[in-house]
Design a binder for this molecule. Sequence first.
Ligand code: ZN
Length: 437
Amino acid sequence: MTLLLAGIALLHVLVQAALAGDLRVDVLDVGQGDSILIRTPANKIILIDAGESSGHVADQLKAQGVDHLDLVIATHPHADHIGGMAEVLKDYPTKLYVDNGLPHTTQTYADVMSEVESKNISYKAGIRGTVYNLDDGAKLEILFPNGTPLTGTRSDLNANSVVTRLTHGTDCFYFSGDSEAPTEEALLAEGLAQCDVLKVAHHGSQYSTTPAFLAAVKPKIALISCGIGNRYHHPGPDTVERLRADGDAIYRTDESGQITVISSGHGVTVKTAHAPVAVPGTPAPWYPTGTGPVATTGGMAVPAAPSAPISTTSSGSAPIATPTPPSSPGALVDINTADLAGLEALPGIGPSKAAAILAYRADHGAFVSVDDLDNVSGIGPATMASLRDLVTVSAPAPATAPPEPTAPPASDTPTDETPAAPNPSATAHHAHHHRSH
Ligand SMILES: [Zn+2]
């Protein structure tokens, strides 16, 4: 009996030691983008993504008292995730840098990698099965990529985001990057465990957070990082509705600023920078009262909510002069079938860029991925950023190919303006393009 009691006492001590303090997760307010700061009780510091350069993540880390980074993860190389990364790596001693192993063609990406190199930061391509033990009973596990890159998706860069799962005691956080439905499908095939706190994929876009995914992960708290009045209409109303139907408490950086989740190892508490401010054009925020093991208390320092509607312009860099919104949210322009007028209606695309897209399509065949748009001359990172969620690519369907001519084409005359049939070599070119950088 004495031995048993001693054993229980020892176990109690061990549990106390294992959970020495709180773990803190901050979804930083970076406008339209992602940046998540994790700090363990033993001051292991992890940063997942660094927002756009206009999100001032390096300055925010300084304000939070961060003096080093043990691990930095870039979920994927889009500018709303790595735009602020080079500055972060320049300013903070960083032990390890992990990305999804897919290079990108942008200067932003090149700048980040040259910073990794010049500062001699250890680099690893993230792969499923890697577990980072963070002391105090906390660990971060990579769930994706799983060694089989997803190809031919709406956005291969998004779909191959680094997805991670952080556990601290019985608390769990799921960080999804901008992963898409095919990513979720691949993860469901591997087996997905329940997890209380979900960083909702892709700023809450309609292309992720499927019912099957929610049924497996069963989150209680959903965190959405998106900018006020962003041009992508993130989060998608359908996604918000799915999260509500799932019974999740939803917190959004566009409504509440920075979101902080404190984990004791046996329950979490949510705090926000300010009380939620309704974003025009979106449903009223919905917050359940916290009960049970998950406490959801809102409001850190609560400044009075402004009564006037807040500005719908992005708080970040000035947008290009009045971009034309899509005719209706969710009506995507298919860059494989759109004509000149359809392309010109896109923000940042004038007659010359629309013509360049058509010329590229004629030369290379159907676009395999939205990401391939940045191979078109004249389309740079800024245009890509404004287009990414307004366009789509149809799967090259044999049915849409022009009928096979009975005789070989008369000549290789350059006046032939028939759009090229979907070109099978485009896929190979795309894959090669990724591997060769
Ligand atoms: Zn993003």
